[in-house]
Design a protein around this ligand. Structure first.
Ligand code: ADP
Ligand code: MG
Ligand code: MG
Length: 559
């Protein structure tokens, strides 16, 4: 058990405020919570997680990534929510529909995507002597970024055949950190593929609400200050709406998954909402129908949850058939009919929802690339399409931050100002002045390749070393990276739970806001902010992935 000093609790005043079993503001000073109360909270939180499916596969159990129900462990989570300024939360929520629209507009500009990303497909000579750039012999060259080049190739093919995606579905998550010095909400990145944790983040908010209610007397916190997290039900609803637009009741939603996935329960929550129909007991079903009639009157809804304890996440279920397949399986079982219909395992696919396909390891051979191309060529609705996927790359984020680029895609000046306000400093590596500064003060920057899933960025002195290596090699490889201003969020004391053990740590947090977008030709059918993901990580760690083991799931307490 690791115990660090809680910097917030060291004054005499703080110590005086400690009551019999706790401190005055347990969220601000969680390290000072009375041991007995802490142990009760921990125990109840662990029970809650186990009973409500706030779980992931346990790394130490071999089949936990393939067989549901085998080797489950509670997802890593923070014991209490994190205090977050309401104004900044609202600001992040307001941005969601604007980013949804922005991704859609960018996705339609094939030339912008190709031009911005073209240097990633430049050939680089293998073992090239310094200064030699133009070796074109394929045996001696590779692409600057072979993975993004393959995505671009698929995109070019779609441009060549003038492929139109009339029904477009985006399930995004825009991530932010609050910069301590400026108090600004700054965007870390925008995820357009495989935005994870809609299921588990919704549950963490419920867990925290439940703990705050149960320990109201001791903690003196109001559970209503934790915003209800609708991420999973909104995503399910958007997927179901897209399926309805496809308009074939026998068609299915295909979820593209990795062959081993310890985060499968997050995905299963979403699948369950899509699949099931009224999963309530009889009494709840009757009340549910009443609520539908009264269009979800808030008081009735609360009464409903309090009395019957049915899961709020389950309020919208859709009766849609869901199929899970890996890209390898799709290659083996998939076929494209002459009219563009995608058939996989004998079933017509209406919507393809990618929870894999964002990393090079998802394409171990040509077969998986074949599957991705097959999907893209089909008339199934892709979430994301190749253009939506590319619009979410870090290179495009950096291009959008250049002067006058947002104006190409958005008309509303207020929207443009709102988006620009959340942009941190972003540069390409051909910015000589910035590169000079990075080399002298690398700790103020983050260097990012075009990768997803956490654990890929470069920090601190490694930034300087990498830049110097790239400069001395003189290849095109610098195009694979972008530079970003490093954001320094406020460090707060927190209690992190992992493998049934609590850790008192100092931590920083990253707020993700989910967005769902659906349109059919000119008609926008959904453009919503839908729920949030708070991730908290030990302040000494550079990266923040929960699945990658650096962070825990959290929720927010508005103040
Ligand atoms: P990925 O697509 O792999 O999630 P991110 O851009 O989100 O890539 O970076 C991963 C993590 O690195 C983030 O969750 C965050 O913790 C940290 N990080 C990224 N950019 C910055 C930044 N500019 N300042 C501080 N931390 C950052
Ligand atoms: Mg990402
Ligand atoms: Mg990220």
């Amino acid at each position: 058990l690791s115990v660090v000093k809680c910097s917030g609790c060291s004054t005499v005043e703080d110590i005086k405020t400690q009551g019999e079993i706790g401190v005055k503001n347990p969220m601000a000073h969680p390290h000072s919570i009375d041991q007995e109360l802490l142990e009760q909270l921990v125990y109840d939180a662990l029970v809650w997680s186990s009973l409500h499916g706030l779980v992931v596969g346990d790394r130490s159990v071999q089949r936990s990534g393939t067989v549901p129900g085998v080797g489950m462990v509670h997802a890593p989570f923070a014991l209490l929510p994190l205090s977050f300024p309401e104004s900044r939360y609202r600001q992040a929520c307001e941005l969601a529909p604007i980013f949804n629209e922005l991704v859609d507009r960018v996705s339609l500009d094939g030339n912008f995507l190709q031009d911005s990303l073209s240097r990633l497909s430049s050939p680089v000579a293998l073992f090239a002597p310094i200064g030699v750039r133009d070796i074109t012999c394929p045996a001696l060259t590779k692409k600057v970024d072979p993975f993004t080049s393959r995505l671009l190739e698929i995109h070019s093919k779609m441009l060549e055949i003038d492929k139109k995606e009339e029904i477009r579905l985006g399930l995004h998550r825009s991530d932010y950190m609050l910069d301590e010095q400026t108090n600004m909400l700054l965007q870390i990145e925008l995820n357009t593929i495989s935005s994870s944790f809609p299921g588990l983040s919704s549950l963490v908010s419920e867990l925290h609400r439940s703990l705050l209610d149960q320990y109201r007397e001791h903690l003196k916190l109001d559970s209503e200050k934790i915003p209800r997290n609708t991420a999973v039900s909104c995503f399910a609803e958007a997927l179901a709406k897209a399926w309805t637009q496809y308009d074939n009741p026998r068609s299915v939603v295909l979820i593209v998954v990795q062959s081993e996935e310890r985060n499968m329960y997050d995905q299963h929550w979403l699948c369950t909402l899509l699949k099931e129909r009224y999963p309530f007991c009889h009494a709840c079903k009757l009340i549910y129908i009443r609520i539908q009639q009264y269009r979800k009157s808030v008081s009735l809804e609360r009464h409903f949850f309090n009395v019957f304890r049915c899961f709020p996440q389950l309020i919208n279920t859709h009766n849609v058939t869901v199929v899970r397949k890996t890209l390898t399986e799709i290659d083996a079982q998939g076929e494209l009919l002459p009219d563009g219909t995608l058939i996989v395992g004998g079933k017509e696919v209406a919507v393809v929802y990618f929870r894999a396909g964002y990393a090079p390891t998802d394409y171990p051979s040509e077969l998986e690339w074949g599957a991705r191309l097959l999907i893209e060529q089909s008339s199934a609705i892709k979430c994301p399409s190749i253009s939506y996927h590319l619009a979410g790359t870090k290179k495009i984020q950096q291009e959008l931050a250049k002067p006058n680029v947002l104006e190409r895609f958005l008309e509303n000046e207020e929207d443009i100002a709102k988006v620009r306000r959340c942009f941190a400093g972003l540069w390409s590596l051909d910015d000589v002045e910035v590169v000079k500064d990075v080399i002298s003060r690398p700790e103020l920057y983050v260097m990012k390749p075009q990768r997803e899933g956490g654990g890929n960025n470069i920090y601190g002195d490694d930034v300087r070393k990498t830049l110097q290596r790239l400069q001395s090699e003189g290849t095109e490889e610098d195009a694979a990276f972008i530079l970003m201003q490093r954001i320094f969020p406020t460090i707060t004391p927190t209690i992190l739970m992992r493998d049934g053990i609590f850790y008192k740590e100092d931590a920083v947090s990253e707020l993700g806001i989910y967005g769902a977008y659906l349109r059919n030709k000119e008609k926008v059918l959904a453009n919503d902010q839908c729920g949030y993901l708070m991730r908290t990580k030990v302040s000494s760690s550079n990266e923040g992935g929960v699945a990658a083991g650096f962070a825990v799931l959290d929720s927010i307490y508005l103040d």
